[in-house]
Design a protein around this ligand. Structure first.
Ligand code: ATP
Ligand code: MG
Length: 182
């Protein structure tokens, strides 16, 4: 019998939310599963992982990483109302693509990277995300990442990990390091 898919959430203030999701992607791909990684914050993907996933994609096409484009660039109502409305429309279009991919039943694992930010900054209504994970194909595993995971989603999740910030090199002025941060 087909196993029921799991919902995982990586949240918290410490480093490792996105990289843990990428690690799981690697693990799933290695098991012959099909993996789609969607990014909700522009520029979130670093060249290191883009190059790696591109290389894996060339091997068998079972893994894909896709930025959501301008649809989910951080913004708020304080900016120009016209610009805000335009971006909101882009966000809706981008969300429709997410729904289409998730509901397609073409994937074994779908990662929505930084979606928690997109919810926090009101780019997406949390109700829509709740609906999507609830109605997803039953075998589909999903991972949501980003700080500020909402309680509604935590409630629905099977595995929730909170990365705790104990210290970060940045605090003593060490800037993003190749191979570690990008
Ligand atoms: P990573 O992509 O390394 O797994 P993350 O997804 O947990 O990190 P994000 O909140 O998405 O963290 O932040 C992305 C970038 O910010 C990463 O380069 C990460 O190293 C850095 N970062 C994460 N946490 C902190 C922190 N507490 N202070 C400073 N920089 C941080
Ligand atoms: Mg991240």
């Amino acid at each position: 019998m087909e196993q029921k898919g799991l919902l995982l959430i990586n949240t918290g203030e410490g480093k490792g939310k996105t990289t843990a999701a990428l690690g799981t992607a690697l693990r799933a791909w290695g098991n012959g599963q099909k993996v789609l990684i969607l990014q909700f914050i522009k520029g979130g993907w670093k060249y290191g992982e883009l190059n790696s996933i591109e290389a894996l994609h060339k091997i068998n096409g079972n893994i894909e990483i896709r930025p959501m484009g301008d649809g989910f660039v951080f913004h708020n109502r304080k900016e120009d109302e016209e610009v805000y409305q335009k971006k909101k429309l882009l966000a809706e279009k981008a969300w429709n693509m997410v729904v289409q991919e998730v509901m397609s039943d073409a994937w074994d694992l779908v990662i929505l990277d930084e979606i928690n930010y997109a919810i926090q900054f009101e780019m997406i209504n949390v109700e829509k995300v709740v609906q999507l994970v609830t109605e997803r194909p039953s075998r589909l595993n999903m991972i949501l990442t980003g700080r500020y995971a909402r309680p509604e989603l935590i409630e629905l999740a099977d595995t929730v990990t909170e990365m705790t910030l104990i210290k970060h090199a940045f605090q003593k002025g060490i800037h993003a390091r190749k191979g570690i941060e990008f």
